[in-house]
Design a protein around this ligand. Structure first.
Ligand code: ZN
Length: 75
């Protein structure tokens, strides 16, 4: 009879630890994934920093800029 109580207690402890730990590991995983995506995006943007010509003022500027530095026209 006492073994049944111990078994139930063990299951409850495992479930409690799992419910406590899982949100953290999920958050860590999410953060790690975001970091990896951020790093890969950064890597791509530095790799592909070639020049584009502004269609408005024909200024040449790096393609990783959001807008033309001369006239401010967005890509
Ligand atoms: Zn321009």
């Amino acid at each position: 009879m006492i073994w049944a109580a111990v078994a139930i207690g063990l299951v409850l402890v495992v479930l409690y630890l799992r419910s406590r730990r899982d949100p953290y590991s999920l958050r860590d995983l999410e953060r790690l994934q975001n970091q990896l995506e951020f790093e890969s995006v950064e890597e791509i943007s530095t790799d592909e920093a070639d020049e584009v010509i502004c269609p408005n003022c024909f200024e040449a500027y790096e393609s990783n800029r959001p807008a033309c530095p001369r006239c401010g026209k967005l890509k």
